[in-house]
Design a protein around this ligand. Structure first.
Ligand code: NAD
Length: 388
C-alpha cells in the first residue's frame, strides 16, 4: 500500500481521532504538517506515536510544500468554506469534517462553485454513514421490509460532561459553530433524508438555553462520587472557562418536527445534560417497525403483523465516545474511495442538504414559526444549476 502524505488544516481533537482511526485500520500515514494556531489534537496523536509533521504559518506555506495525497480539514465550522476553497485551489483530494459549511449563503455559494468548476475528490466526515448499524438500517428500509415510512421519532441526549464541553468550546457561539443542531445532529438529519429519500417540506422547532444559563442558582459542581463536573476536557481554541458563565448563544436543548415531501413525519428531541444518554431512531413504516439504538449499538425490527419475537442484532463494539467503531469504519471507507474501489458513503450534495435541513429547523426555532422549505430548495437547486 502506498504511504499517504497528508496535510492538515485544523489539527483539533477530531482530525487527531480520525488520523488515529486511519492508523488503526492500516493506512500508511505520513502527516507532513499542519496549519493550526492552537493544535489541540497534538496529545491525541502523541498517544499513538503519530508524528504531526511541521507546523506551517499559513495555508499558502503548507500547500507550497506539496504535493499531498490528502488534505484534511478539521477547523471550526465557520472556517470550512474558506478552507475548502483554498484546498480546491491546491487540487489535492480532501477529507473535510461536517457540517460542510456553516450558513445557507455559504451552501449556495458552494453549490454554485461545484456547478461551475471541477474540484478534487471531496469527502465529508458524516461518520454515521459508515456505521454498520446505520448501513443495516438503510438497507432494511431500502429493501421495503418496513413498507412506506410513515413516521419516526429520534433522539440525541448527551451527558452533562459533553454538554458542559459544548458550552465552553467554540461551538457555544453561532458565529463559529453555527448552532447546537448544526454541529451535533446534522449526521442524523443526513440519515433521515437518506431513509425517506425526500427533502423536508415544512419544519417547526423549539429550543433554548435553559441548562447552561448563568441565572441558575441550583447548579451542582460535583458528581455524587465527589468528582468535579464540567471541567474534564480542554475547551480548546477560543475556549471559555465556565460552562454556565460563558458567552454561549446557541441552544443547549431543542426539539423539532419535520414533514418530508414524501409524507414521512419526524419528531426529534435533543438535550445536552441528561443522566440517561440516548441516541435512538424509532422508524415506523406501513408494514414494519425498526428501532436503532445508536448508543447501545443494537437494532430491533419486526413486521407489523408478526407475532414472533422481534429480530435483534447486537453490533457490540461499544466505545466510550459513543462512536462505536464508526471512525475506523469511515477510515476504511475513505481509503476505498481514494483508491477507487468504492464510492464514499455520503456525497457532497447529501452533506449540503443535511446542513440546509438543520438550518431551516434553526430558523423555525429563532422565528418561532412554521417554515415552508420550498423556496430554500428552489434557491439551492438554482445554485446547483448555475455555472458562475
Ligand atoms: N464527525 C464527527 O463525529 C465529528 C466529531 C467532532 C467534531 N467534528 C467536526 O470537526 C471539526 C473540528 O472539531 P473538533 O471537535 O476537532 O474541535 P477542536 O476545537 O478540537 O479543533 C478545532 C481546531 O481548529 C483549530 N483552528 C482554529 N482556527 C484555525 C484556523 N484559522 N486555521 C486552522 N486551524 C484553526 C483550533 O486551534 C483547533 O485545534 C468541526 O467542524 C466539528 O464539527 C466532527
Amino acid at each position: 500500500m502506498k504511504t499517504y502524505r497528508i496535510a492538515v488544516i485544523g489539527l483539533g481533537q477530531r482530525i487527531a481521532h480520525v488520523l488515529r482511526a486511519m492508523d488503526e485500520v492500516g493506512w500508511k500515514l505520513n502527516v507532513a504538517g499542519y496549519v493550526d494556531p492552537r493544535p489541540v489534537g497534538l496529545p491525541i496523536l502523541a498517544e499513538r506515536d503519530i508524528a504531526p509533521g511541521m507546523s506551517y504559518p499559513s495555508i499558502k506555506a503548507l500547500f507550497a510544500d506539496g504535493p499531498f495525497d490528502l488534505v484534511m480539514i478539521g477547523s471550526p465550522n465557520h472556517l470550512h468554506y474558506e478552507h475548502l476553497l483554498a484546498a480546491f485551489e491546491a487540487g489535492y483530494p480532501i477529507f473535510a469534517e461536517k457540517p460542510i459549511v456553516r450558513t445557507q449563503e455559504e451552501t449556495y455559494a458552494l453549490a454554485r462553485h461545484l456547478a461551475a468548476k471541477k474540484i478534487p475528490p471531496l469527502h465529508i466526515g458524516l461518520v454515521m454513514r459508515s456505521m454498520p448499524i446505520v448501513r443495516e438500517t438503510i438497507a432494511r428500509v431500502d429493501s421495503g421490509q418496513l413498507g412506506d415510512l410513515v413516521s419516526m421519532d429520534a433522539t440525541e441526549h448527551l451527558p452533562p460532561e459533553h454538554g458542559g464541553y459544548l458550552a465552553r468550546n467554540w461551538r457555544r457561539k453561532e458565529e463559529w459553530g453555527g448552532s447546537y443542531f448544526l454541529d451535533k445532529v446534522c449526521h442524523d438529519f443526513d440519515i433521515f433524508g437518506r431513509l425517506t429519500r425526500a427533502r423536508p417540506l415544512r419544519v417547526a422547532s423549539f429550543g433554548g438555553k435553559r441548562i447552561f444559563n448563568s441565572s441558575r442558582t441550583d447548579v451542582a459542581r460535583t458528581y455524587s462520587d465527589g468528582s468535579p463536573a464540567y471541567a474534564m476536557r480542554d475547551a480548546g481554541w477560543a475556549g471559555a472557562n465556565d460552562a454556565f458563565h460563558s458567552d454561549m448563544d446557541v441552544a443547549d436543548h431543542q426539539t423539532a418536527i419535520v414533514e418530508y415531501s414524501g409524507g414521512m413525519q419526524l419528531s426529534f428531541h435533543s438535550n445536552s445534560h441528561v443522566s440517561l444518554g440516548e441516541r435512538r431512531w424509532y422508524i415506523a413504516g406501513t408494514s414494519g417497525t425498526l428501532i436503532a439504538d445508536l448508543v447501545r449499538n443494537k437494532l430491533m425490527v419486526r413486521g407489523a403483523m408478526d407475532k414472533n419475537k422481534p429480530e435483534r442484532i447486537d453490533y457490540a463494539g461499544r466505545t466510550d465516545d459513543n462512536h462505536n467503531g464508526a471512525d475506523q469504519a469511515m477510515a476504511t471507507d475513505l481509503l476505498a474511495a481514494l483508491e477507487g474501489r468504492a464510492p464514499f458513503p455520503v456525497t457532497v450534495h447529501d452533506s449540503m442538504e443535511a446542513g440546509l435541513t438543520v438550518m431551516a429547523i434553526d430558523r423555525a426555532m429563532r422565528e418561532r414559526a412554521l417554515i415552508d422549505c420550498t423556496s430554500m430548495w428552489e434557491d439551492y437547486d438554482a445554485a446547483r444549476a448555475i455555472a458562475t
